[in-house]
Design a protein around this ligand. Structure first.
Ligand code: UGY
Ligand code: MN
Length: 246
């Protein structure tokens, strides 16, 4: 028999590991007939929000971006996305970035569709326009090797320009591939594993991690990862970028 008093989830001052075994659902106004798990949020000390939304055939998400821009990514399944009246189909691996000040609706999902969202309060930069709405497909984004290591590949999903104050990347590690150094940096991360498994070091604590797990790393949370198992480990992650350090 399973013991219900155990979880792999951990919430600490400067990092968290959230495994699906601890999910409790939230109801979000405008996001109707769906299951919403708010995985990372300011309540835990973060400056971003990350959610996972599971849709059934009657689900519909309607809203408008206000101070926060939202990046929607289809982890699995398909649906329609309408932004400012323009509708496009979205399927696994496709995404839409919605800057501040736009109306959106997600509808007609295939049952079981899972959407990932990253939200960040947008910081305007003098002399630069707010970015435009952007639809994209991870399958068409190149993944060059990371820091010259052929076992690591990094896909950058959003344009690397100063208008953007957030980055969303997909990091793929072949089995045995690992970060080439322990990173210590001002930027914050939220991430979810799309595939595979491995061991993450966060602030000198070591965690077994697998598909479906999410991680929050506060600024300066030391981080290192190695992939294990028989298939590549893949995570999609958020990073705040391109603004003056205050
Ligand atoms: O972009 C990054 O900082 C990335 N290399 N960090 C990470 O995957 N933990
Ligand atoms: Mn990092």
């Amino acid at each position: 028999m399973e013991i219900s008093a155990l979880t792999r989830s951990v919430v600490k001052r400067n990092h968290a590991v959230i495994s699906p075994d601890g999910y409790i659902n939230s109801r979000v106004p405008g996001w109707d007939n769906c299951t919403v798990n708010v995985i990372i949020n300011e309540q835990m000390g973060a400056n971003l929000c990350q959610t996972l939304i599971t849709l059934n055939e009657t689900s519909q998400l309607t809203g408008s971006t206000q101070q926060s821009q939202i990046f929607f990514y289809v982890i699995e399944g398909e649906c329609s996305a309408t932004v400012d009246g323009e509708t496009k189909p979205l399927t696994t691996g496709q995404f839409v970035y919605i800057p501040i000040g736009h109306q959106y609706t997600f509808s007609q999902p295939k049952p079981g569709t899972q959407l990932l969202t990253f939200h960040k309060v947008y910081e305007r930069l003098e002399g630069f326009d707010v970015p435009a709405v952007l639809f994209g497909d991870a399958a068409t984004v190149e993944g060059p090797s990371y820091l010259g290591d052929p076992a690591l590949r990094l896909q950058v999903l959003l344009p690397d320009t100063l208008s953007f104050d957030m980055a969303v990347n997909i990091f793929t590690y072949d089995p045995g591939g690992h970060l080439p150094l322990v990173e210590t940096h001002i930027m914050e991360h939220g991430l979810i594993y799309l595939q595979g498994q491995g061991v993450y070091m966060l602030d000198k604590d070591w965690y077994p991690i697998k598909k479906g797990d999410s991680i929050w790393m506060a600024p300066y949370c030391q981080q290192w990862f190695t992939a294990m198992g028989k298939e590549p480990a893949v995570y999609i992650y958020y990073k705040n970028v391109n603004r003056f350090p205050t």
